[in-house]
Design a protein around this ligand. Structure first.
Ligand code: NAD
Length: 237
């Protein structure tokens, strides 16, 4: 069955791998992206790419209108878009903090709330939020990011309770360190420190995060809601 799927931040990294997996499974996939040009691969896969900054409610509304006109109501939402602005607490400006929260947490609220309009009408829906092992463990220099990612767990679990009777599930995937642009900025020393703590002793590939997301959106996961699934090579256990 071909579902209408939306992946935010689907032009690269983990979001791109998630969009690719759904498209290859035959779903009608839309992605949003904030800047740059989406890769040609997405157009080749028939993926609809819509520019949308999730910190702007009006842009979110416009993106949904465009997606609904082409694919119908979003049935599976993967809230993946996120940013980091790493720095130690005493150097962290209020803007460093609020911009990360506004994207990772409030931006997720904006896209989830808008998707639920159609999901409530359809009396079914799947929402998967991309958090991080850092939201569960904390990390020095990432208090803003960790707070935003931890908050996604409370957000998802509240909605799992609020909307379970409407047949809408809310689950969280908490990746460990994944080979993407977000982690390319780390120094060799930082990478080595991280790998020393990962039982599987390697970074995840984006496709390994996508596999968990595909499962949570599948019929096999129909009775799973409010779950936090780590895909972290054992880092967070
Ligand atoms: P990335 O930087 O490669 O991609 C981030 C995506 O988010 C981009 O598509 C970007 O356009 C989008 N985005 C950022 N701000 C946006 C905004 N205001 N509006 C709309 N889109 C916006 O990062 P990634 O590594 O692919 O990470 C994807 C998600 O996975 C993020 O939420 C990240 O926090 C999370 N994550 C990543 C890792 C990792 O190791 N890479 C680990 C754990 C969690």
């Amino acid at each position: 069955m071909s579902r209408s799927v939306l992946v935010t931040g689907g032009n690269r990294g983990i979001g791109l791998a998630i969009a690719r997996a759904f498209a290859q499974a035959g779903d009608k996939v839309a992605i949003t992206y904030r800047s740059g040009e989406p890769p040609q691969e997405l157009a080749d896969l028939g993926v609809l790419a819509v520019r949308c900054d999730i910190t702007d409610s009006e842009q979110v509304e416009q993106a949904y209108k465009e997606i609904e006109a082409k694919h119908g109501n979003v049935e599976v939402l993967v809230a993946n878009a996120g940013i980091t602005k790493d720095t130690l607490l005493m150097r962290m400006s209020e803007e460093d903090f609020t911009s990360v929260v506004d994207t990772n947490l409030t931006g997720t609220f904006r896209v989830v709330k808008r998707a639920n309009r159609g999901m409530l009408r359809a009396k079914k829906g799947r929402v998967v939020l991309i958090s991080s092992v850092v939201g569960l463990l904390g990390a020095a220099g990432q208090a803003n990011y960790a707070a935003s990612k931890a908050a996604l767990v409370g957000f998802a679990r509240s909605l799992a309770r609020e909307l379970g009777s409407r047949n809408i599930t809310f689950n969280v995937v908490a990746p460990g360190f994944v080979d993407t642009d977000m982690t390319k900025v780390l120094s060799d020393e930082q990478r080595a420190d991280i790998l020393a703590q990962v039982p599987l002793a390697r970074y995840a590939q984006p496709e390994e995060i996508a596999a968990a997301v595909s499962f949570l959106a599948s019929d096999d996961a129909a009775y799973i809601t409010g779950a936090v699934i780590p895909v972290d090579g054992g880092l967070g256990m």
